[in-house]
Design a protein around this ligand. Structure first.
Ligand code: SF4
Length: 318
């Protein structure tokens, strides 16, 4: 249903060209949930915004294809994209305050989407809006319809945001760190809600997160992103049981284990590279325990290793 081919999105800043997304290829099947995982600043959100065609200056999609149902979204007019956003592809952001409009009530925002995309009259849209708020387990939907975003708690705002995203039953839902801004108990409730709704709506989902616990809970497949590239992708069990790429292995080792001593927690040494001047060859080489001379010279090509796709010289044929 969604396929990205060699997508490149760069930001042309005064400090130089930031290669935020630097040749990403991935696909999501019908009804499938793909987790896009990586550290902050690795290009996950820019990938999502590129799919939605919401990249703002000084950013620009400079190459690649974004096929949605076999049509390249990068060739659509702005008007066609407006129809697709919300009705076909919807997005949930990390912080609902940045995407909910503070001067309109939740009811205004929900009914606007319903009237625009589903052509409902005002009364019908209000009835449907109350139903959807009930679906995301918001108490007293009639009251919430008349409230402004700032009158709700963080968890309630995120539920309202999910309600707006799901109001037109999109075929593809992009959720960008949907629980990160919430406290732990609310995070668990929102995850549970997302899981329930994903089953109910049977939408395909691109779930962006740096939390591997969330991935284990919700995803069918995982793509691991590092410095603008996908370095490994596989089915969720294969990634957790037998990670192949050294970066994936490092991420796995960084998960706090319940019975581990605090001193033995491993963190990935070094930091995400400066994307205006990324390291030559494999961008992970300055941080990689397995780096070899070839790693700083040649960009590794993606290969199929067992059920994984992995870009690493460890798997080069001799
Ligand atoms: Fe490490 Fe080399 Fe593989 Fe990069 S290509 S992850 S540096 S072994």
């Amino acid at each position: 249903m969604l396929r990205l081919n060699n997508l490149k999105t760069y930001f042309f800043t005064e400090e130089g060209v930031v290669r935020a997304v630097d040749g990403v290829s991935l696909s999501i099947g019908e009804g499938e949930t793909l987790g896009l995982v990586g550290e902050t600043g690795c290009g996950k959100t820019v990938t999502a915004l590129s799919i939605m065609r919401l990249i703002q200056e000084p950013g620009r999609i400079i190459a690649g294809e974004v096929f949605y149902n076999r049509e390249d979204l990068l060739r659509k007019s702005e008007e066609e994209m407006r129809r697709i956003r919300g009705r076909e592809i919807a997005m949930i952001f990390q912080d609902p305050l940045t995407s909910l409009n503070p001067v309109y009530t939740i009811g205004d925002q929900l009914t606007e989407v319903l009237r625009l995309h589903q052509k409902l009259d005002k009364k019908e849209a209000l009835r449907r809006a109350a139903e959807i708020l009930k679906l995301v387990n918001l108490p007293s939907p009639e009251k919430i319809l008349n409230q402004y975003p700032h009158e709700l708690s963080g968890g309630m705002r995120q539920r309202a945001m999910i309600a707006i995203a799901l109001s037109c039953a999109p075929r593809l839902l992009i959720a960008d760190e949907p629980t990160t801004a919430l406290d732990v108990t609310i995070q668990a409730q929102i995850l549970e809600l997302l899981k329930e709704l994903m089953q109910k709506f049977q939408s395909s989902v691109l779930l962006i997160t740096h939390n591997l616990g969330v991935v284990a809970e919700l995803c069918d497949r995982v793509a691991i992103m590092y410095a603008g590239n996908i370095v490994e992708s596989a089915d969720v069990n294969a990634i957790f049981k037998h990670p192949k790429h050294p970066y994936t292995m490092a991420l796995m080792n960084a998960i706090p284990k319940l019975h581990r001593e605090v001193e033995r927690l491993e963190v990935i040494s070094g930091s995400v590279p400066d994307l205006t001047a990324p390291p030559a060859g494999c961008k992970f080489h300055p941080r990689c325990e397995h780096a070899m001379p070839v790693c700083s010279e040649k960009v590794p090509v993606e290969k199929e290793i067992e059920e994984h796709r992995v870009a690493c010289h460890l798997y080069d044929a001799d």
